[in-house]
Design a protein around this ligand. Structure first.
Ligand code: F6P
Length: 375
């Protein structure tokens, strides 16, 4: 008799809407269609290191499709650098041992950029891994989109819509800071959909004078308010040049001390960048003599029930994931491609960032409707 497959599943990195829909899809297809057994590990890679597992039977998978967050819990721990009893330890071998102790045939890792790098470390240890791309940032290579992006896009768009009321009633500049880490997908998408007047993304470093000029132009035509959608990673041309130089120094560093110095330099620049949106608001008040206010959307963008689009995506990718495991296809991410899904090597995804290309149709459309991109 053919032995039943036993698979494990984790969610890792920041939570995002649609994680439970993905767990459900993998689980239901694995249990129902292929007769596999499935167990979940708690809190991402930490659960694997601590062997903290829960059985995912039909009951555990019922009723979770519409629920935000993840029933498994998540975390940003890395297998090779995990804090254990106050000390940083390499737990990759422990994870591999637990995988074998649990008699797993495969492990599903649902996560973003960091998760793919970590999953690759486990592939290198000989574990059978299949990943699913999730992040509200939409910045994972080789997939059309990621689980969570559509919901976050809807939330950020609604926020930009609502901010119009105060902006036009008070004749103010309202700046909405939108997540996205180092990519501008969310800010660009929500900015266009919400009709922002200025959209600032990391891929297009801005010139503060050009932004002020765009706002002044609107005032001249009788519109005394402006909405700015700014990605959390957006920066001025000067700051972008400083970051690029520091990155270059880090990449060229040959000695341990050079590397350490370059890393410290980047940490300082990142810390300084965290107050960027507030600084931007002050600078624009000075240059335009209009009142400016900042709204940081933050974790609201990651919360709540997933959109229909994210539920569909999670179900499409999750069911294909179970099919790939059944066919013994491992070391791959299930990528969204058009209306379907495709397996791509994790090795080609790990460490890559999908940013907005300069000639992306969204950028062209934004410019054509008269939106300033701050350049
Ligand atoms: O990757 C998703 C994301 O929400 C980013 O947009 C944001 O920069 C980051 O996570 C915040 O991370 P944390 O949850 O660790 O604060």
């Amino acid at each position: 008799m053919k032995k039943l497959k036993r698979i494990g599943i984790i969610t890792a990195g920041g939570d995002s809407p649609g994680l439970n829909a993905a767990i459900r899809a993998v689980g239901k297809a694995a249990l129902g269609t292929y007769g596999m057994e499935i167990i979940g590990f708690r809190d991402g890679f930490r659960g694997l290191a601590e062997n903290s597992a829960m059985r995912l039977d039909k009951r555990a998978l019922a009723g979770i499709l519409t629920i935000g967050g993840t029933i498994l819990g998540t975390g940003r721990d890395k297998p090779h650098k995990m804090e254990v009893n106050g000390q940083e330890r390499d737990m990759t071998d422990v994870i591999a041992q637990n995988y074998r102790k649990q008699k797993l045939n495969a492990l599903v890792c649902i996560g973003g950029g960091g998760t793919h790098k970590n999953a690759m470390r486990l592939v290198e240890k000989g574990l059978n891994i299949v990943t699913l791309p999730k992040t509200i940032d939409n910045d994972i290579a080789l997939t059309d989109s990621t689980i969570g992006f559509d919901t976050a896009l809807g939330i950020a768009t609604e926020a930009v819509d609502r901010l119009h009321s105060t902006a036009h009633s008070h004749h103010r500049i309202i700046i909405a800071e939108i997540m996205g880490h180092r990519a501008g997908w969310l800010a660009l998408g929500a900015g266009i959909a919400g009709g922002a007047d200025v959209i600032l993304i990391p891929e297009i470093p801005y010139d503060i004078k050009a932004i002020a000029e765009a706002i002044r132009r609107r005032s001249k035509h009788g519109t005394n308010f402006s909405i700015i959608a700014v990605a959390e990673g957006a920066m001025s041309k000067e700051d972008a040049a400083e970051f690029a130089a520091a990155e270059r120094r880090k990449n060229l560093a040959q000695t341990k001390s050079q590397r350490k110095r370059a890393r410290t330099e980047l940490t300082v620049l990142n810390a300084r960048h965290s107050g960027n949106t507030l600084r931007l608001s002050k600078q624009l008040e000075e240059l335009t003599h209009l009142e400016a206010r900042v709204t940081i959307l933050g974790y609201v963008q990651r919360g709540g029930t997933p959109s229909a689009g994210d539920r569909l995506l999670a179900t499409r990718l999750g069911t294909m994931c179970a099919e790939l495991i059944q066919e013994n296809v491992f070391g791959v991410m299930v990528a969204a491609r058009g209306d379907g899904a495709r397996a791509v090597p994790i090795a080609e995804v790990a460490g890559k960032l999908k940013t907005v290309p300069q000639n992306h149709p969204w950028i062209n459309s934004a410019r054509r409707v008269g939106t300033s991109l701050g350049d």
